[in-house]
Design a protein around this ligand. Structure first.
Ligand code: UDP
Length: 413
């Protein structure tokens, strides 16, 4: 296991973006947890929504006085091939797990579990990757409740994969899902907590005109003198970059000069990423107005989400889809599919549009609708900001989580 290096964060800084009552609730929960030590465990320090969340909430918890550690599993590609198959299986289509794959999973899990030597009062495991560690952790820390924070879409899991995960779920005391429809694993307690974005990160903080101008230059030959539509997501079949290309091609029949930016990273625990990236880049090579951009710095992703006329998220399956709130927070309307948590974020006809996950034509038509109506984009953008401020900023999610931790530990807040 290793502890990622984290920058300091101060809860004070959230005063500017959240109402006072919410921050006071957070402080009172933190006071209740002042004497406990909490461990978060996951399988990657960078890439994807879980790492993004932990990078913010771990330092903020420490600033609030809640002693919180984050440890990342040490694992190799063989392990990640297994956990990727599990992840896909839980979302509806994964290759079967062979006995050899299960053995790899258990061996890596056991090795990582024995490396945790400190004492903790509560352990939070994120997603299916660390589940194999929990039995050993529960033996070593018998008093510590184990919370499982599942970020995956579990609406139509493959039975075999669900059974494998369930077989490792016994030590879980409390499971937290992003939507009630995902609560497919039987645990003594279950809660629903919607994810959130951190408005103060490099990805989401406000940018001044000078910074935006510098980012425009950096993004050249993408030009903001013509319309731009952007999708930001890992190269993963569920994110449906090919469907987004189809929607773009349809919209381009009406909107002259339309450009598409497909921004993607490869998460450290996702071996399929490179292969898909090559397929998408291959499709795009024929069209100079399609820009496939990888490994952009956060400031550039931030600028692109602001400068784009419309953001798209045409996922076929989606846990929550933080990228949707990221764009909405920046007052950019989003055309998204009805997959997973996207409909929680997009209010159809108010801050963007929703289409069925397989409806690339509909997505293209919705893009045209927004690209042709500047005033509508502006109005949607204002509603978008307020929708996210109310529901999907970090202090709200953190308060929900701390409430569950305090409850598990029998502490009054
Ligand atoms: N992300 C990024 N660069 C990329 C692709 C993704 O910074 O090239 C970030 C994105 O901004 C978001 C996170 O990775 O913060 C993805 O979270 P989301 O919930 O949308 O999807 P996940 O990858 O967890 O399925």
């Amino acid at each position: 296991m290793h502890a990622p290096s984290l920058s300091d964060r101060s809860i004070e800084a959230y005063d500017a973006v959240t109402d006072r009552d919410r921050l006071e609730r957070l402080r009172s929960l933190a006071d209740a947890l002042a004497d406990v030590r909490i461990l978060h465990v996951n399988s990657t320090a960078t890439g994807g929504g879980v790492a993004e969340l932990l990078r913010s909430i771990v330092p903020v918890c420490n600033d609030l006085g809640v002693d919180t550690d984050w440890l990342v599993m040490d694992a190799d590609d063989d392990f990640f091939a297994v956990t990727k198959a599990m992840h896909n299986g839980l979302q509806g289509s994964g290759e079967p797990l062979t006995e050899e794959m299960k053995a790899t999973y258990h061996e890596v899990s056991a090795r990582n579990a024995t490396e945790i030597e400190a004492d903790y009062d509560l352990v939070v495991a994120h997603d299916p990757q660390p589940l194999g560690m929990l039995e050993r952790l529960a033996e070593r820390l018998p008093e510590a409740p184990i919370v499982w924070r599942c970020h995956v879409d579990l609406t139509e899991p493959v039975d075999e994969h669900l059974a494998f995960v369930s077989a490792n779920a016994d030590p879980i005391d409390h499971a937290i899902f992003s939507r009630s429809a995902y609560a497919a694993i039987d645990t003594p307690k279950t809660s629903i907590v919607h994810p959130s974005i951190d408005p103060l990160t490099e990805k989401n903080r406000s940018l001044d005109e000078g910074e935006l101008a510098a980012e425009r230059d950096r993004l050249d030959p993408l030009s903001f003198d013509a319309p731009v539509v952007t999708q930001v997501s890992r190269f993963d079949p569920w994110k449906d970059q090919f469907g987004t290309l189809e929607a773009y091609r349809r919209a381009r029949e009406t909107v002259t000069g339309l450009q598409l930016a497909l921004v993607g990273g490869m998460a450290g625990d996702d071996p399929e990423g490179l292969e898909l990236y090559e397929q998408v880049a291959g499709e795009a090579v024929e069209d100079p107005d399609v820009h496939v951009l990888t490994d952009l710095p956060d400031t550039t992703v931030n600028a692109l989400q602001r400068l784009s006329d419309v953001v798209v998220q045409k996922s076929l399956r989606e846990g929550f889809g933080l990228v949707v709130s990221e764009a909405l927070w920046k007052r950019t309307p989003v055309v998204g599919s009805t997959a997973g948590g996207i409909p929680l974020q997009i209010v159809d006809g108010h801050n963007g549009y929703l289409v069925e996950p397989d409806d690339a034509t509909g997505a293209g038509d919705r893009l045209v609708d927004l690209l042709e109506h500047e005033e509508r984009r502006r109005r949607f953008g204002e509603s978008a900001r307020e929708h996210v401020r109310e529901r999907f900023l970090l202090p709200r999610q953190l308060a929900d989580l701390l409430e569950i931790f305090a409850d598990e530990l029998g502490l009054e807040s």
